[in-house]
Design a protein around this ligand. Structure first.
Ligand code: SAH
Ligand code: SF4
Ligand code: F3S
Length: 480
């Protein structure tokens, strides 16, 4: 087994790794097949594309069938207990396969790897390889070690790694939409959240490399990019957290500046982003969104709770009033924007009154969409150390049900209001239910289905909305 002793060592390896990547032009397949499975957030899916790129440089080809694989890598999530449980269940299936085929390499990447580290080797005896989110350049060496008969672990977090120079291998089908990571890590320490422990310190990626990636995607036929970070509003380049400019001869780049740069790549390239943080979202970002049509009119602004008391215990850095003020700004500057949220029910000490405040806030904002969860205590977080997980699971679930029911009503009403209007839809593919229909999303991120005619993926089509459900819009294309 091998682990790096210092971060310095990792950076050394990292630089060597990137030199190889840049120098090598032709890749000779090594005859080995890689099966990559991703769980969790978009960031993890985006990271899997970095992993595929690093290993394809070594000659691996990716397969969509795990039965064919020589190497199975699971890129995992730790956000809630059931996320980890899903991975464990799948892992035990792969382990059975390994008993029949001992040369199969099984590795755990991502947040569970980082959270559990070597414990994973003890708990899940048949894991061969463990690599945290900042250790992917080391994967070729780690696999080699496993092939040499050892277990391999690298879970060191870095303050610099952004994988800026690695061109991701696009794993998503379709070729129209893609993710671009603009930063890594999170410095926020929300008391319920494991991400700062699994992803390390926040760092932003060089804006030029982001614009270049967007341009290349556009030239390759992509028509939508989503800029990813745990807290995109705190993106910053050439300035420290304390506000000191690093190189006075170069411009400082904020998230609003970055959005503008990417918007200018081409008016036919749509741009989305995730996730905004209410404490950091400035009006500058909203004004840039208003200025460029290709910056999609959709903001995911997770509130977590409608009660200022709960927000304080969650260490979110804002109150209900502050949040509603941000919502007012969105509605004033971007009147057509759709707003979505993340909500947690049953956080430590949540009273019936607190819960009602979440419901009234949802009504007041009128969210078009939400991701909703009941609280799951995570080891080592601030909440686990400071507060009692005192809401019975049944009550957490009851409150979740109430939140979900209200959200369904709000989503239905939002889509109903769009009937009779015309939306510009970017076609992403053929509808799964019928070959005669295509699907895409409007600027506000609502999936829209309409008859195929001669349209193809990548086309922008004006669609008149004729029907809806709480999740989708249906319509007919307006011929120009
Ligand atoms: N960076 C983003 C969210 C990352 S995690 C943000 O700050 O909004 C995605 C969502 O998972 C969170 O917004 C939260 O709603 C939920 N979540 C995080 N930790 C959780 C926990 N311990 N239990 C339940 N839900 C959790
Ligand atoms: Fe977690 Fe908060 Fe960071 Fe989001 S902002 S990743 S919820 S600590
Ligand atoms: Fe999960 Fe890690 Fe993302 S914990 S939500 S995969 S950052």
């Amino acid at each position: 087994m091998r682990e790096f002793g210092t971060e310095e060592k990792v950076i050394d390896e990292k630089l060597q790794g990137s030199a190889t990547l840049l120098d090598r032009k032709e890749i000779t397949p090594n005859g080995k097949k890689l099966y990559l499975e991703s769980y969790g957030c978009q960031m993890n899916f985006s990271d899997s594309e970095i992993v595929a790129s690093i290993l394809s440089e070594e000659g691996y080809t990716t397969t969509r069938n795990s039965e064919d694989a020589d190497v199975i890598l699971m890129n995992t999530c730790s956000i809630r207990e059931n996320a980890e449980q899903r991975v464990r269940n799948k892992l035990s299936q792969y382990n059975k396969r390994k008993k029949k085929n001992p040369s199969l390499v099984i590795g755990i990447l991502g947040c569970m790897a980082e959270r559990l580290k070597k414990d994973l080797l003890e708990q899940e005896k048949l894991v061969d390889l463990i690599a945290g989110p900042d250790a992917y350049r080391d994967l070729p060496n780690l696999i080699e070690e496993v092939n040499g008969g050892q277990k391999a672990v690298n879970v060191l977090l870095s303050r610099e790694e952004t994988y800026a120079d690695i061109a991701p291998v696009r794993l998503g089908a379709g070729g129209i939409t893609a993710f671009i990571s603009i930063m890594r890590g999170c410095d926020n320490m929300c008391s319920f959240c494991v991400v700062p422990f699994t992803r390390g310190r926040e760092r932003s990626r060089d804006p030029e490399s982001i614009v270049k990636e967007a341009r290349e995607l556009y030239n390759n036929g992509y028509r939508e990019v989503t800029l990813l970070g745990q807290n995109v509003d705190s993106y910053k380049w050439n300035i420290t957290k304390k506000g000191e400019v690093i190189d006075a001869t170069q411009p400082v780049v904020t998230f609003a500046d970055l959005m503008e740069k990417v918007a200018l790549v081409n008016p036919d390239l749509r741009i989305r982003f995730s996730t905004s943080h209410p404490k950091d979202m400035t009006d500058d970002v909203l004004h840039v969104m208003a200025k460029h049509e290709n910056l999609c009119k959709y903001i995911h602004l997770p509130v977590q709770s409608g009660s200022s008391d709960v927000l304080k215990r969650m260490n979110r850095g804002y109150t209900r009033e502050w949040y509603l003020n941000r919502i007012d700004a969105i509605k004033r500057i971007l009147p057509t924007a759709f707003i979505s949220s993340d909500i947690i029910t049953g956080f430590c000490g949540e009273t019936d009154e607190d819960h009602k405040e979440t419901l009234t806030l949802m009504e007041e904002v009128g969210y078009e969409f939400s991701y909703m969860f009941f609280y799951s205590e995570r080891p080592k977080t601030l909440a686990e150390r400071k507060f009692e997980d005192d809401i019975p699971e049944e009550l957490k679930k009851q409150r979740l049900y109430e939140v979900q029911t209200l959200q369904a009503k709000l989503s239905y009403a939002a889509n109903e209001r769009l009937v009779g209007t015309t939306c510009k839809v970017l076609i992403e593919g053929t509808s799964k239910r019928s070959d005669d229909f295509v699907y895409g999303r409007n600027s506000q991120n609502v999936t829209t289905i309409f008859p195929k005619d001669n349209f193809k993926p990548g086309d922008y089509v004006d669609v008149k909305i004729t029907d809806f459900t709480s999740a989708t819009l249906k319509g007919i294309a307006l011929k120009s």
